[in-house]
Write a protein that binds this ligand. Structure first.
Ligand code: HEC
Ligand SMILES: [Cu+2]
Length: 415
């Protein structure tokens, strides 16, 4: 598969404001004078826009002038923040200690005061100390960090498993296991936000973070996210959950979270993936368990209705593909994957009934069965769309190249 050129991968998470300024700074590559004028204009404009834009904190997303990490909603995020502070304190103590001793020594023992260098080469005590002390500090940092990393990687016993596929430039979500299994959809940036961006007129607190279909998950349940990508490397990141996992084409990676609070949480693709990297946000909606069940039911009904609308007119490739899946799931046990059948099970490959231009012949057998029940009746067990699909498949598979297509409406009429 030809892949579009990708800029060198480095972690870069644009915030809405950074995105704005990046767009504008492009105009600064001009002559120095022009540049200075433009820069002055730009700063003025930026200040004016700042004043004009009434941006508020986005709960579950970025805050205005945010300095610290996001408020945590999972145990892992809490631990990460603790680790961050813990390391910061250790580093600060070392910094103050080392620079304190250094500056004190430089000042106290300077040459102008007649200091003479001491000689403590090959002091076993000092050498032992400066080997063992840093070693103990590193161990002291590595132990708690390892504990958290191991917990982050433990994706076992998930209640719901969802595959997140990165595309240029959107996310695909497929519920692979657990409540909601079978649900799948694509999540893209809200069109209005795209238009605001094109017009250079950002608005609202969720600018470039609003999607058409948010990922929906239940609260207090372990959600395993399996990441992969269809084109280039992306990364699935939701800071409030303390989750960031690369989505690599041809590979499967996983991560998990257990959100402890109902609400909306936002993230972005966190691996530079091309020109619209900033336009593939992540919106996770955490619902109560009851609301989640209701959402799953509604979504399933919608999907069933969309999938098997008996009045829908299909094209040949789509119907054959659907039919092949139906065949493999229901018919191949008896008629074999190659359509040759075996013993009393008549072959479909080359069958006169299957090839007959009168479509009702094959439809009648599939609807009602044959051979006194040896060939089961499928009416009611498969939808008319599935029956139309599998008959179309049989009519065009193997050596049966009839070119005939059976629409769901024809199958329904033939019952
Ligand atoms: C339990 C085994 C079994 C399964 C499952 C099965 N069939 Fe059959 N099928 C048979 C048998 C046995 C016959 C022959 C019946 C007879 O004696 O006329 C047959 C006959 C047929 C025929 C007529 C072939 C001919 O030339 O007479 C068609 C068409 C057909 N099956 C389609 C299907 C399709 C489509 C499915 C899946 C939706 C399917 N069958 C699933 C056992 C099965
Ligand atoms: Cu991406």
């Amino acid at each position: 598969m030809a892949q579009p050129p990708v800029a060198p991968a480095h972690r870069h998470v644009p915030s809405p404001t950074i995105h704005l300024t990046m767009k504008t700074t492009k105009t600064l590559w001009l002559t120095p004078v022009q540049g200075a004028v433009k820069a002055a204009l730009f700063i003025g404009a930026a200040l004016a826009t700042r004043a004009a834009l009434a941006v508020n904190d986005l709960p579950g997303g970025p805050a205005v002038n945010q300095l610290n990490l996001h408020p945590p909603v999972t145990r892992i995020a809490v631990e990460q923040i603790w680790l961050h502070n813990f390391m910061l304190v250790i580093c600060t103590l070392i910094f103050v200690g080392v620079f304190g001793v250094m500056f004190y020594s430089v000042f106290k023992h300077r040459k102008s005061r007649g200091a003479r260098p001491a000689n403590f080469h090959e002091s076993v005590t000092v050498e032992m100390a400066w080997t063992i002390v840093p070693f103990l500090i590193v161990i002291g940092m590595a132990l708690p960090a390892t504990k958290v990393v191991v917990a982050m990687k433990d994706t076992t016993n998930a209640d719901v498993t969802i595959k997140a596929t990165g595309y240029q430039w959107k996310w695909g979500y497929d519920y692979l296991a657990g409540e909601g299994q079978g649900i799948g959809f694509v999540s893209t940036l809200d069109v209005a936000h795209r238009e605001m961006s094109d017009a250079g007129k950002p608005q609202g607190d969720d600018y470039l973070l609003k999607v058409d279909n948010p990922l929906v998950v239940p609260v207090d349940r372990k959600i395993r996210i399996v990441t992969t990508a269809a084109d280039v490397i992306h990364a699935w990141m939701v800071p409030a959950f303390g989750v960031k996992q690369d989505a690599v084409p041809g590979f499967v990676r996983d991560t998990w979270f257990r959100a402890e609070k109902v609400g909306d949480y936002y993230g972005q693709c966190a691996e530079l993936c091309g020109k619209e990297h900033a336009y593939m946000p992540i919106h996770v909606k955490v619902l109560s368990r009851a609301d989640y069940t209701a959402w799953v039911d509604a979504r399933k009904k919608e999907m069933a209705a969309a999938a098997d609308d008996p009045s829908k007119t299909w094209d040949m490739p789509a119907l054959v593909a659907r039919g092949e899946a139906v065949y493999n799931a229901n018919c191949a046990v008896c008629h074999r994957p190659d359509g040759k059948g075996a013993g009393p099970i008549k072959p479909l490959d080359g069958s006169a009934i299957v090839r007959d231009a009168d479509k009702s012949k094959a439809l009648a057998i599939v609807h009602n069965g044959a051979g006194a029940g040896a060939m089961p009746a499928w009416k009611g067990k498969l939808s008319e769309t599935e029956i139309a699909a599998v008959v179309t498949f049989a009519k065009n598979a193997w050596s049966n190249k009839t070119g005939q297509i059976v629409q769901p409406a024809e199958a329904a009429a033939a019952q």
